[in-house]
Design a protein around this ligand. Structure first.
Ligand SMILES: Cc1ncc(COP(=O)(O)O)c(C=O)c1O
Length: 465
């Protein structure tokens, strides 16, 4: 085989076959099981764990794709696990186009159209969530957006880039996402620098406890840096009292980072629930969750671009922008931890323009409604108990018909539900109880799909005697 050469005709033929395959797959997606039947680690190792041969096999390399798809969890209308979007196909075509174009979206001079498109999409997102005028960039996901937001906070309140870390405390609720303590560790502050503040009965941070904890740290000579407010906690979707937290941050001179990776985009449908979000200094949101984009599309928005530059600008001579023009001299690497950057914005730009913002608003509103339908179906079933209010689209509940170790029973039910392959749900700990958890962030789901969560849980419990 010729060295790394692909003729236009070969590319066309491969792409044509792949497009047909993908279209057929998407057509049968609603009927596919929500989890691949009988998949095992031994089998995936056998199929995909082989050694690389020195000689290429040409188009036959693609023959394994059906097997890859068969051994993957489909983006089913009955997928309700974690907080994971459903993968919208116009976005998938955008990923394909972006790969063919192969841009490095580091600076305008290396990617003129792509830079402008990403900045445009950022402007659209900021305005859609009520933060018009914020700058920002697309990221790998919510975890990296949270890390970058907290890096900006640290550099603004306890500068460390030059001489290293000299302490600093971050505040968030016990319900905050694991990426917050992870960011504290990566930033050299350490897990101990994260104060986990208690929550109320609706899983929102107790603001009096927050104020008390900050005051106590100040008294003890510590250096409070930032409060991370959740706009949609992972387990229950609860939204912290953003206005009160913003007041506290102003009172103590702290950075306000809002982790809206799960929930912030729901402000397209229910803006009033997110009042105060626009007072954030930085805000994470995840188009790969609630704008249904292919995985690898998070976003960090921030009020003050110069704060991002203080945290991230560190240009080597080889990368320095060679223009003073505000457009042509723009470089994302001056405001981001990334240098080489993929053209993430293309999928979002295509998808948003293809459907229009209203279609996304309506789809998010429908997800919120379906979560309420599920909650009502659970409440009407005496063998199930709901464990938390439904603030957004996450519904936590458990099977309660029986005695003995209910955590173990529900864990077994969850395994069985997943293996039955009709719906996919995941779990959470609520008040120290093992909860079954369904989270609707899925543009394909219907009422029947969410109701089948209940029938599948009951059927699984029934099978276990
Ligand atoms: C509240 C919250 N923050 C952050 C994240 C992390 O996002 P990602 O998985 O995109 O890194 C998640 C993921 O579910 C989340 O729910």
């Amino acid at each position: 085989m010729q060295r790394l050469a692909l003729s236009p005709d070969s590319f066309r033929a491969l792409a044509h076959d792949l497009t047909d395959f993908a279209a057929n797959y998407l057509e049968k997606l609603p009927q596919l099981p929500s989890y691949p039947p009988d998949v095992s680690g031994r089998e995936t190792e056998k199929l995909f764990g082989g050694d690389l041969s020195a000689e290429g096999i040409g188009a036959a390399a693609f023959d394994s794709l059906p097997s890859v798809f068969e051994h993957s969890r489909p983006a089913s209308p009955r997928f309700f696990g974690y907080v994971f979007g459903s993968g919208e196909p116009v976005g998938a075509l955008g990923e394909f186009a972006a790969s063919v174009l192969h841009q490095n979206v580091a600076a305008w001079r290396s990617a003129p159209a792509a830079i402008t498109i990403e900045r445009t999409v950022i402007r659209w997102l900021a305005s859609a969530v009520g933060c018009a005028g914020f700058s920002g960039s697309l990221t790998l996901g919510g975890s990296s957006a949270n890390l970058m937001g907290l890096c900006m906070a640290r550099e603004a309140k306890a500068p460390a880039n030059q001489s290293g870390v000299r302490g600093g405390v971050i505040y968030c609720s016990t319900e905050a996402h694991m990426s917050i303590p992870k960011a504290a560790a990566l930033l050299g502050l350490g897990h101990d620098a994260v104060r986990l503040i208690a929550v109320d009965e609706a899983f929102r941070i107790r603001t009096e406890d927050l104020r008390h904890s900050i005051a106590q740290d100040l008294q003890n000579g510590k250096l409070p840096i930032a409060v991370v407010a959740s706009a949609g906690t992972t387990a229950t979707g609860s939204i912290d009292p953003l206005n009160t937290i913003a007041d506290i941050c102003r009172e103590f001179g702290l950075w306000l980072h809002v982790d809206g990776a799960y929930g912030a985009l729901a402000s397209l449908a229910i803006p009033d629930a997110f009042s105060g979000m626009s007072r954030a200094d930085s805000l994470s949101l995840d188009p790969h969750k609630w704008l249904y984009q292919p995985t690898g599309c998070g976003c960090l928005l921030y009020r003050d671009a110069s704060a991002a530059q203080r945290a991230f600008a560190h240009s080597g001579e080889y990368a320095r922008a060679l223009s003073d023009d505000p457009i042509e001299g723009f470089a994302f690497f001056e405001e981001s931890m990334e240098l080489s950057r993929p053209f993430r914005a293309l999928k979002l730009w295509l998808s948003l323009r293809y459907y229009g913002l209203r279609a996304f608003q309506e789809s998010i509103r429908e997800d919120l409604r379906l979560a309420q339908v599920l909650a009502e179906t659970i409440d009407a079933e005496p063998r199930l108990e709901r464990l938390a209010p439904v603030a957004l689209s996450a519904v936590c509940f458990r099977y309660v018909d029986g005695d003995g170790d209910m955590d173990a029973l529900n864990r077994s039910i969850l395994n069985r539900v997943v293996r039955r392959g009709h719906v996919y749900i995941s779990n959470a700990m609520i008040h120290n109880k093992f909860a079954l958890r369904a989270c609707v962030v899925n543009h394909r789901s219907t009422e029947d799909d969410v109701r089948s969560v209940v029938s599948e849980v009951l059927a699984s419990a029934g099978e276990m005697g």
